[in-house]
Each structure stands twice: as structure tokens, then as C-alpha cells.
Design a protein around this ligand. Structure first.
Ligand SMILES: *Cc1c(COP(=O)(O)O)cnc(C)c1O
Length: 461
């Protein structure tokens, strides 16, 4: 598809501005740009069609099933968008005096109160723009805590399980800590013996998500946080997987000292486009003083309108509704898992939480088709592929998170297609590379796209 810059036709215009009726003022001097800006020249209809076509080619939650594991791609009510676009919220300026925006102050205070109640934390910061930045703030707080005790120098390591999301070790590295990986058991729990071996006076703490990226809730969680605390470390909770435990279990009660929530995953706000998000950071009392010292990680107050949507979500669902949505997300995942178990290999036995992980290791070996091929084939059935090749400890992984917002009919359709694609590929593995067959672009070179991104159009390339 051509870019607007390529569709340009010299002299074509979209201009509804009437002739000037006041004197024309010409700026002078060295600040005047005399070069052409090379903006595309198009009619309004050209532009409108261009964007409609882009929308048509984009797959989002409005087009179909979007079970992207770890991301919680649930449907976000349009009502929240309406509230977030009220002029009283949109048009306020971050430098306005506090007295002039009591409504915004209420939004932050009420959100803090409700989210602290759900997570078992004492305070909440809404500055960070994403989960990853929330982790960054959280680990800075933990570092500050040790520094204030005079133990900053000696606590240079952080424990992270081998099933962790990539942002966890990246955060630790950015904060100047050395990552020490803790093994998982065959059931997907943290290996307690290994943890005991590693927990010493050199650790700043532990970063963990529970349920973890395998969709497993670690039953030893209180023992885990106790071991870390006894070694003098603090416990950081990656809250990206809070969806299945909202108003059922609280990270604060599990022994965590600091958490982030991905408001854009768990509490409304569509996040398929990559932002804006909000990685709200919750902390227990012992870190409040550290927060007052670390203080700024983001300009102004963070992404306010994401917090507005989150509060809408909290207030419209209510305490029971939020618990129900958590329960439903677990039910949806188990409903799919149970039906797929006879076709696909799912190492984790018994119940899962809100997501489960399929492995195609054997199929890749025996038939030659891979997780990537299966994922690409789903696209032809108007379904977004699940998360692929993550968590990294599971080879040829597909990680499925149906969420609470999908109907039984949609889940049944997905199960039927998952099985059909599997049987088709098993029967004819040579066709694996043909998928997807219905998209304008077949298989983009993903490695080059990531390593050599072209983010800007230049006229003379
Ligand atoms: C999404 C995710 C993150 C990072 O959050 P962003 O908002 O994308 O920065 C961290 N951990 C887990 C488990 C996640 O799923």
C-alpha cells in the first residue's frame, strides 16, 4: 500500500479556509523556513480513503478473537472512552493549580484508594507510562531502601525466575543490578531449594509475577517472599497478570513490598497500538519515604486519561463485578485448555489460571511445522495469533489468553479452528510456510523489521 507521501499529486488540495479578510502578515528574518516542507498534496477524499483502508487492514479486538497471552487483550467498554474524552478531563493543563482541578484530584485519590484495596498496598503512584517504567520506578525504590540502610553497595543482585517477562531483567540491568536466574520446577513453580541457595546478603530482592507467565499460580508464594525477606531483600510484584486474581488474592498479602499494575492490560484502556499506558506503582509504607526521594520518573502526572478509564472500570463493575471478571477469565482459559488438550501438548496438568501454554516441540521435530506456522494459519480464520515463543523456557510456545470478555461461541469457534489448523498441518506439513494465505503481506522479515526499522519516510531514499 502506498504512503500518503507517495500518493501525492502536485497542486491537489484540501482547503476549506475562506479568503483572508484581515491583512496578511509576513514573518521576516532568519527563522523563516524557505524550503518546501514536502507535505503530501491530496484531496480530503484521498486522505479519508487512505485511513479507512489502513483501518480495514488492521486487526484489532473489534475484528475478532485476540488471545494474546500475557497482554490481556480484553474488550474495553466504549463508555470509558466517552468519559475519558469529556472536555473537563481532556482540556485541563498539567500546570493548572490543584485548586482549579478538584475533579482530577478526586480521580487520582479514588483510584489510589480502590487499587490499594485490590492489591493490598498502602500508596500508589500514577507517574509511569507503562509496565516497564513501573518496574523501573519500583526497582529504584528498592535500591533506595537499601542505600538508606547503608547496604546499597553490597546488595547488587536481583533474583528473577527463568519464566519471567523480558522487561524484568531489562529493568534490573537498567538499574545497575545483576540478574540471577531462579529455576522453575516441572510444574512451573519456583524451585524453592534453588531460591534458598541464592538468597543471601548480596540480593536487593526478587522480581516475580504470580500467576506467572505459564499461567500457574505459585502455591508457595508466602514461603518465597519469606525466604527473600529473611535474606534482607524486598519483593517486587509484576502485576501484568493480576487479571485472574482481582478481589480474590492480593500481592500485598502474599508478602510483596512493591508492585506495578498495567492499567492498560487489567483495568480498561485499549493497548494494541502500543500506548499510551499507565504502569501504576503500588508500595507498602516502608517504601513511601524512598518514593518521596526518588520522586520523578515522568513529566507531570503520568497518563491521566488512562487513570480515568481505570476508575470507570472499577466503579462500573464494582467489587463483585471485578471479582466475577477475574473468575470468568480463569473459566474461559480452562474451557479452552480442556478442549485443546487431546490435540495439543500442554505440559501443565490440571487447572490453569487466565492463560495456558501450548508447546509444538514434538510437531516441529516429527512433522516439521512450527509454532510460528500454526500462529500464521490462525490469521486466515480472522483470529489474532496467540503470543509466540514466550515464555522462553517452553520451546515452540503458543501462549493463549482468551480473557473474560469473549463469549462461549467465540471460544468454541477458536477451539474448532485451532484443531482444524493442527490437523491440516499434520496432514500436509509442506504447506506450513504457505500461511497466511489471505493477507496483503505474506510473511514479513521480522528480524530485519526489528533490527533495521524504517521509521521515517525520506523523499530521496
Ligand atoms: C506486558 C508485560 C510487562 C510490561 O508492561 P508494558 O506496559 O508493556 O511495559 C511486564 N511483565 C509482564 C508479565 C507483561 O505481560
Amino acid at each position: 500500500m502506498e504512503l500518503l507521501f507517495e500518493k501525492t499529486v502536485s497542486g491537489r488540495q484540501t482547503s476549506y479556509i475562506p479568503e483572508l479578510e484581515v491583512p496578511f502578515y509576513q514573518y521576516e528574518g532568519k527563522y523563516l523556513n524557505e524550503q518546501s516542507l514536502d507535505f503530501p498534496e491530496l484531496s480530503e477524499l484521498d486522505v479519508s480513503r487512505h485511513y479507512s483502508e489502513l483501518e480495514r487492514r488492521t486487526f484489532g479486538i473489534n475484528q475478532g478473537f485476540y488471545p494474546l497471552g500475557s497482554c490481556t487483550m480484553k474488550y474495553n467498554p466504549r463508555f470509558h472512552e466517552q468519559v475519558a474524552s469529556l472536555p473537563g478531563f481532556c482540556d485541563i493543563h498539567p500546570l493548572q493549580s490543584l485548586e482549579s482541578v478538584p475533579g482530577a484530584k478526586f480521580i487520582y485519590e479514588k483510584s489510589e484508594e480502590l487499587l490499594c484495596k485490590i492489591t493490598g498496598m498502602d500508596y500508589m503512584s500514577f507517574q509511569p507510562a507503562a509496565g516497564a517504567q513501573g518496574e523501573f520506578l519500583g526497582i529504584l525504590l528498592i535500591k533506595k531502601f537499601h542505600e538508606k540502610k547503608g547496604e546499597g553497595g553490597m546488595r547488587s543482585k536481583i533474583l528473577i525466575p527463568d519464566s519471567a517477562h523480558g522487561t524484568n531483567p531489562a529493568t534490573a540491568a537498567l538499574c545497575g543490578l545483576n540478574v540471577v536466574s531462579v529455576r522453575s520446577t516441572a510444574e512451573g513453580y519456583m524451585d524453592l531449594d534453588h531460591l534458598r541457595e541464592l538468597a543471601n546478603t548480596e540480593i536487593a530482592g526478587l522480581m516475580l509475577t504470580n500467576p506467572n507467565t505459564l499461567g500457574v499460580f505459585d502455591p508457595n508464594i508466602c514461603e518465597i517472599t519469606k525466604i527473600v525477606h529473611e535474606a534482607g531483600g524486598l519483593c517486587y510484584y509484576d502485576g501484568a497478570n493480576l487479571n485472574p486474581i482481582m478481589n480474590i488474592a492480593r500481592p500485598g498479602d502474599m508478602g510483596f513490598d512493591c508492585i506495578h499494575l498495567n492499567l492498560h492490560k487489567t483495568f480498561s484502556t485499549p493497548h494494541g497500538g502500543g500506548g499510551p499506558g499507565a504502569g501504576a506503582v503500588g508500595m507498602k509504607k516502608l517504601l513511601k519515604e524512598c518514593y518521596d526521594e526518588v520522586w520523578k520518573v515522568k513529566a507531570f502526572h503520568g497518563h491521566f486519561l488512562v487513570v480515568v478509564r481505570a476508575l470507570c472500570y472499577l466503579l462500573t463493575l464494582g467489587e463483585k463485578g471485578i471479582r466475577d471478571s477475574a473468575v470468568q477469565s480463569v473459566l474461559s482459559a480452562n474451557y479452552m485448555k480442556k478442549q485443546l488438550e487431546d490435540t495439543f501438548t500442554i505440559k501443565q496438568k490440571g487447572f490453569c489460571m487466565h492463560e495456558f501454554v501450548i508447546t509444538l516441540e514434538e510437531e516441529a521435530k516429527n512433522y516439521g511445522f512450527r509454532a510460528l506456522d500454526v500462529a500464521k494459519a490462525f490469521i486466515d480464520y480472522q483470529m489474532y495469533p496467540p503470543t509466540m515463543y514466550f515464555p522462553q523456557i517452553i520451546p515452540e510456545a503458543l501462549m493463549v489468553e482468551p480473557t473474560e470478555t469473549e463469549s462461549k461461541e467465540t471460544l468454541d469457534y477458536a477451539v474448532e479452528i485451532y484443531k482444524k489448523v493442527y490437523q491440516d498441518l499434520k496432514r500436509d506439513p509442506d504447506s506450513a510456510k504457505d500461511y497466511p494465505k489471505t493477507t496483503p503481506i505474506h510473511r514479513p522479515d521480522e528480524v530485519s523489521a526489528a533490527r533495521n526499522p524504517k521509521l521515517r519516510w525520506r523523499k530521496d531514499k
